[in-house]
Every structure is written in structure tokens, then in C-alpha cells.
Design a protein around this ligand. Structure first.
Ligand SMILES: Nc1ncnc2c1ncn2[C@@H]1O[C@H](COP(=O)(O)OP(=O)(O)OP(=O)(O)O)[C@@H](O)[C@H]1O
Length: 706
């Protein structure tokens, strides 16, 4: 964690004499002040002048680097000419917490290494005004370049037409200028809390690595940006209110496999920090392959490379030294176009975490610096051919993703154009043929490791700037054309990026006190609750037994456990249930089975008129019973008489059968009627008994048949 100015940051260190050091202890470094003052002087010059541009000579005159000879110091390279100070980040709305715009696209033409000192690239020539003719120089004839840069945003091809971008650098521009336009604004965004991604794209040999890393003579965008980052960190941590953490990881994608470039942790570095050590490697592909790393979806970072080494750095020198170590492991090899061609995509990840010391909040943002391998034609050498095919495939995947992302905005210029990388083996399977302008929902990020790793950045998690390097020579026209098409599409990719959210770590003293106080209160509340419950349970006695006792548990359940309201409700429920059962019994019970007390209960409930009515009814029934009895008696007498006279059989036999049957039926009905009447009488007697006992004499003495 970097807080205030650590001694190592304050101390103007001297250049290490030795190339070795113990890692992770502070590595041998170049003068700290060189890097930080580089930035400070350039910034001060701008702000003091109040101008939008600053000349390199001004920068040089104030720089402490002036003591270093111009031969050995890249900052004093004569190529450092006027550098515009305007922020080149693309048209965007810049609210405090969000960035809305599109990918910032810049074009960097590679200068001719031979030929006339000033080719037509970089000269402001009117379109088509120059006749196509060869140039004579030093006794040699040079074919004119077909490309013109008409202004700082436009590059024109004599026959195809013009392409407009956020910035087109002159071919003779310096890395410092490129950094000022691209790296510096992105570091500013990083410091504000945005993720930032810069990637160099272009055909092999067009200057990607030169732009990103630089060489012994001229520092590239990476060391310049890192230097600016640490200068800002020092400034911001000066008053002690902020602490910073800088962590670096470095990986490469080689033949569609991800390798950790810091894994080996090489402890020696023969090169000075800030310059790409790979530039000094004597042989290509000299490093053994490491362990392949896997990518995983991650809720926090979008995607994450599992097991990637992270190194904490406290200074520009330390960080650049790690990059130098990683560069040594990066795969390079000779191709037809480049004797030291990158055979892999390399990505430097710098995670910056700033912590507010006063309130303990922190915010992390990541800078991704990508030096992509270049698209290339198929070569005769088998290994290069295999690598080239992987490179082309992944660049094709990137082109497809960019194309799809920009599909809804792409202009007709791109119609019917394939994004197949330069010189690829002709496969067009993944190319975009014809742009319908219909946005596709499916973005094939999973088609390559490169697009997978860039997915969070391209899908809105990062502000993105790309530097497309081109070779303007006539024989590279097709490749340049493809690069510019890619660039045109990238320009259309919309970005809506939010700052990384602030995390409350709760790790400062104020937060600790607050947390302890909160926990203390919670503890008190819980204690109070426990004693309250104990009080309740001892008052109803249900908790006096062991909690393991089943009876206790039952008691608790039936009494509603520890809740008195529940117990009360249960008791009420039991009473209501009992009442209901009784009512049901009363309703369903056969009247005959009713107990006297129950009948009295019912009778008492009846109105007086009902009793009178019932009495009348019963009297009617009694009269009927008497009639039936008389009739039955008559029949029986008749039968007896007949039996005594010996005529029974005869008479009965002689009797009309119908009459006998009728007589029998009448007897049966009589019996049934008598039974029913007796039952009714019994009921009536019982019903009236309490009333008659109280108010009047018995109407019926008993229920026997008279
Ligand atoms: N703008 C430039 N000024 C000076 N030299 C340059 C420039 N661009 C490229 N070069 C030189 O061209 C050569 C190839 O450049 P470089 O290695 O950066 O290309 P590259 O795009 O990274 O290629 P590859 O994709 O094969 O890795 C190097 O010697 C480099 O120094």
C-alpha cells in the first residue's frame, strides 16, 4: 500500500549498476525522479503556459533529464515535436460517475525506414491533388505511398477514399505524442475510478510493440503511462488522506492458451526499467512454456484468469521491472515482415486501489494494456504458420465482435467487406459479409481467448482506446485497408461505463468503533430478550423442566411455547371447540335419547304458545289411540266368539279371503299405530313433565296402555 511518499518514492535513486536484484524486494531501478519529473514537467509546462500545446523543447529545457545525454535518453529523441495537449478521449458525455461515448480510435502510420526523409504520409496534401508518381531519392526510385493524411483526423487513400478517426498521427510522431493522446487521458480516467483499456492493433511489423513498449531509444506508452500514474499517486497521497495500492499482472495468449508472464518470477533483469527487455533478447522463443491458465466467469470482474500472479508495486521502476521480466517470457519469433515479431497477445493488467484514510472507503479500477500480435500472411515456416493461424483466428474473432457491437451504427462504407485479417489463409467463415445494420444480440466473445478476456471491456466495463498501427507502403495496402476497416467499426462501438463502486471496508478506526458499538447494542438487546423469555417461562412453569423432557415440550406446544398470546388463543380455541361439539350433539341426537335435563333445557327455550300447541296435538293423538284401541278390541272379541263356536276354521275358511287379509293388515297397522302413538305419548309426557310438575296436575298418569 502506498501512503504518503514512501522513502523509495521520495528518494532520487540512482541507476542500478547491476542488473540483478532480489524480488519481490525493491528492484534495482532507474532514477525515480526521471519518470515522475518527466510527467510533472510536461504537466506544469502546459498549465503554466495556458496553451493547448507544448513543444518538446520546452519540456526538455525544464526536465531534470537534461543531464542525461541525448544519445542515451529516449525523452530527448529529436522526434519529440509539438504535442497537442487536448484530451483525445472520444466525444462523450462526462458525468461524474459515468462515461458515455464510444471506443476512441487513433491511427499511427509507421514511418519508412528507408527512402525519402519525408514521404507523403504526414504531409497535408489535398486529396487526389498529387499525381501518382515515383520519387527519386539518393539515386534510388521509391514508389509513392498511396495514403495521405489530410488533417489530424483524416487518412485518405488515393483510390478508395477517406477514413476519419479520433486522431491520425503523423508518421514521424513520437511515442510521447501518442502517449499524450491516448495513455495519459486513460490514466486520468483510471485515477477517477474507471476501468481503462488500451490496445494496439495492426498487421505484423507495423509498430504495435514499438508504440506500447518503445525501445532503448524511445520509451513507449506503457512506461510513460506507468510513470504518470505513479506521479499522480505520489501527489495525491502527499497529504496523507489517501493510500494507494498498485498491483500488476502480466499474461500472454499464445496459440489460444493463456500463460502467466510473471509466474516464473525471474530474478534478473539485464535491462534497465522502462525499456522492453524482450528487445534485448538474443534469441527467439527461448523461454519454456508455463502452465496454461483458465478463464472463469466472475461476478466482480466479468471474467477472471485463475491463478494469475499478482505483484504489488510501489514505484514506476518496480512495476516496469516486472513488465521487463514478463517480456522475457513472451514468445517472439522472426516472420517475413518482422525479425522480432510478437507471436502472442500480451496484456498488462494494473489494478489501482485507492483508499480514503478518513472513512475507510476504497475503490479499485483496472488498466489493461494490450499489445496484440499482428495479423499476417501465411508463411513457409511450419511453426510460424501455426502461430499465425492462431493469431489470425483470434484477430478475426475480435473483428467479428467489434463488427457485431458496431452493427447498428456501421455506415455503408463497411458493407460487403470482410474483416478477415490480412493475409489469412482465406477463411471467411467468421467474416462479416454485408452489414445489414441489424444489431445482433449474440456477440461471439467465446470464439477466442482474446475476445473472452476483452469481453468485460468491450461490453461496457471499461473505457477503451485503440491505437491502430498501419504500414502505408503500397505493398501493404490490403493489410492497411483491413486495419482501417477494423478501426472504423471500433469507432462505432458505444460505451456506457460506470465508475467502479466504492467499497466500505470498515477498516479505519472510526468504522471499527462504529462496528463494535453496533455489536455491543445487539448483544444487549439479545440479553434483554433472553431474560424476558426466562421470566415468562418461569411464570407459567412450562420451562422449569429440562428442555429435553418430552412433556415439557408438549406443554410448551400446547401452551403456545414461549408466546403467551398463542397460549391464550389455543385455550380459547379449545373452549369454542367444546361448545361446538356440544351444539352438534344436540342437533344430531335422537330426541328419544335425550336426557330429562336436556329436554327441560329445550322446553325452557320454547315459547309458551308452542307448548300449548303441542299439548293440543298430544290430546288429539290420545283420542286417536283410544279409538284404535276400541276398534282392536272389537276385532279381537269377534275372533274369540268365532273360536268358541267352533266355526273358526270353517268360518275363517269360509270367510272371504280378502276379508281375512284385510283384517290382518288392519291388525298390523293397528300395532304400528299403537307403537307410534306410544312413542309420541312418551315424548309428550317427558316434555311436559317439568311444566306439569310445576304448573298443573298430570294429564297422563303413566304410559301403559289401558
Ligand atoms: N513509429 C515507429 N518509429 C520507429 N520505428 C518503428 C516505428 N514503428 C515500428 N518501428 C520499427 O519497426 C519494427 C517492427 O515494429 P514492431 O515490432 O513494433 O511491430 P509490431 O506491430 O509489434 O509487429 P508484430 O505484430 O510482428 O509483433 C521495429 O524494429 C520497430 O522499432
Amino acid at each position: 500500500m502506498i501512503q504518503k511518499m514512501s522513502p523509495s518514492l521520495r528518494r532520487p535513486s540512482t541507476r542500478s549498476s547491476s542488473g540483478s536484484s532480489n524480488i519481490p524486494q525493491s528492484p534495482p531501478v532507474r532514477s525515480t525522479s526521471s519518470f515522475s519529473n518527466l510527467r510533472r514537467n510536461s504537466i506544469r509546462n502546459v498549465s503554466n503556459s495556458g496553451s493547448q500545446s507544448v513543444s518538446a523543447s520546452t519540456t526538455r529545457s525544464n526536465s531534470p533529464l537534461r543531464s542525461i545525454s541525448t544519445k542515451s535518453d529516449p525523452f530527448l529523441h529529436p522526434g519529440m515535436i509539438r504535442v497537442k495537449r487536448s484530451n483525445s478521449i472520444n466525444n462523450c458525455s462526462r458525468k461524474n460517475d459515468t462515461y458515455t461515448g464510444s471506443i476512441t480510435v487513433t491511427i499511427r502510420p509507421k514511418p519508412r525506414s528507408t527512402g525519402p526523409p519525408h514521404d507523403n504520409v504526414g504531409l497535408k496534401l489535398p486529396r487526389y491533388s498529387q499525381p501518382r508518381s515515383n520519387l527519386q531519392y539518393g539515386g534510388n526510385t521509391f514508389v509513392r505511398d498511396p495514403w495521405f493524411i489530410t488533417d489530424e483526423k483524416t487518412i485518405v487513400h488515393e483510390e478508395i477514399g477517406e477514413f476519419k478517426f479520433d486522431h491520425v498521427f503523423a508518421s514521424h510522431c513520437t511515442n510521447l505524442e501518442v502517449y499524450e493522446r491516448t495513455g495519459k487521458p486513460m490514466i486520468d480516467k483510471l485515477l477517477m475510478g474507471f476501468n481503462a483499456t488500451i490496445f494496439a492493433y495492426g498487421m505484423t511489423g507495423s509498430g504495435k510493440t514499438f508504440t506500447m513498449s518503445g525501445n532503448e531509444q524511445e520509451l513507449g506508452l506503457i512506461p510513460l503511462s506507468v510513470s504518470y500514474l505513479f506521479s499522480n499517486i505520489m501527489e495525491q497521497s502527499m497529504d496523507g488522506d489517501k493510500k494507494f495500492d498498485v498491483i500488476i499482472s502480466y499474461l500472454e495468449i499464445y496459440n489460444e492458451r493463456i500463460y502467466d508472464l510473471l509466474e516464473s518470477g525471474l530474478e534478473e533483469s539485464g535491462s534497465r526499467p522502462g525499456t522492453p527487455s524482450r528487445s534485448y533478447m538474443g534469441k527467439s522463443n527461448s523461454n519454456a512454456m508455463g502452465v496454461e491458465l483458465k478463464i472463469r466467469d466472475d461476478s466482480k470482474y466479468g471474467v477472471k484468469v485463475i491463478g494469475l500472479t499478482e505483484r504489488r508495486c510501489e514505484s514506476t521502476e518496480e512495476l516496469l521491472r516486472w513488465i521487463g521480466i514478463g517480456d522475457k517470457s513472451r514468445k517472439i519469433g522472426e516472420t517475413d515482415y518482422n525479425t522480432r515479431s510478437s507471436r502472442s497477445h500480451a496484456i498488462v493488467l494494473i489494478r489501482l486501489t485507492s483508499t480514503d484514510v478518513n472513512n475507510g472507503t476504497s475503490r479499485s479500477s483496472t488498466l489493461s494494456l494490450c499489445d496484440l500480435a499482428g495479423s499476417e500472411r501465411a508463411t513457409g515456416q511450419q511453426e510460424r504458420r501455426k502461430e499465425g493461424s492462431f493469431i489470425n483466428k483470434s484477430l478475426l474473432a475480435l473483428g467479428t465482435v467489434i463488427s457485431k457491437l458496431s452493427a447498428d451504427k456501421t455506415t455503408s462504407v463497411d458493407s460487403n467487406i470482410s474483416t478477415t485479417p490480412t493475409g489469412s489463409s482465406g477463411s471467411s467463415s467468421g467474416s462479416i459479409t454485408g452489414n445489414s445494420g441489424i444489431p445482433s444480440n449474440h456477440i461471439p466473445y467465446r470464439d477466442s481467448k482474446l475476445t473472452r478476456l476483452l469481453q468485460p471491456a468491450l461490453s461496457g466495463d471499461s473505457i477503451v482506446t485503440t491505437i491502430c498501427t498501419v504500414d502505408t507502403r503500397n505493398d501493404a495496402a490490403a493489410e492497411t485497408m483491413n486495419t482501417l476497416r477494423f478501426a472504423s467499426r471500433a469507432k462505432n462501438v458505444a460505451l456506457h461505463v460506470s465508475k467502479k463502486s466504492i467499497i466500505n471496508n470498515g477498516n479505519n478506526d472510526g468504522d471499527k468503533y462504529h462496528t463494535i458499538e453496533l455489536l455491543r447494542r445487539q448483544l444487549e438487546d439479545q440479553r434483554r430478550l433472553i431474560s424476558e423469555l426466562k421470566g415468562r417461562s418461569s411464570s407459567d412453569g412450562s420451562l422449569t423442566q429440562s428442555p429435553c423432557d418430552n412433556n415439557t415440550r408438549d406443554t410448551m406446544v400446547t401452551s403456545g411455547g414461549s408466546d403467551p398470546n398463542l397460549a391464550l388463543m389455543k385455550a380459547e380455541n379449545r373452549i369454542l371447540k367444546y361448545k361446538l361439539e356440544n351444539c352438534e350433539k344436540l342437533l344430531d341426537k335422537d330426541v328419544v335419547d335425550l336426557q330429562d335435563s336436556e329436554i327441560v333445557e329445550i322446553v325452557e327455550m320454547l315459547p309458551f304458545e308452542v307448548g300449548t300447541l303441542l299439548e293440543t296435538k298430544f290430546q288429539g293423538l290420545e283420542s286417536q289411540i283410544r279409538q284404535y284401541r276400541k276398534y282392536t278390541q272389537k276385532l279381537e272379541n269377534k275372533i274369540m266368539t268365532m273360536e268358541k263356536g267352533g266355526h273358526i276354521a270353517t268360518s275363517l275358511t269360509g270367510c272371504d279371503d280378502t276379508e281375512v287379509t284385510e283384517l290382518r293388515k288392519m291388525l298390523e297397522r293397528k300395532d304400528k299405530m299403537i307403537e307410534a302413538l306410544q312413542s309420541a305419548k312418551r315424548l309428550r309426557d317427558r316434555a311436559l313433565k317439568p311444566l306439569t310438575n310445576a304448573h298443573q296436575p298430570h294429564i297422563v298418569e303413566n304410559d301403559k296402555l289401558i
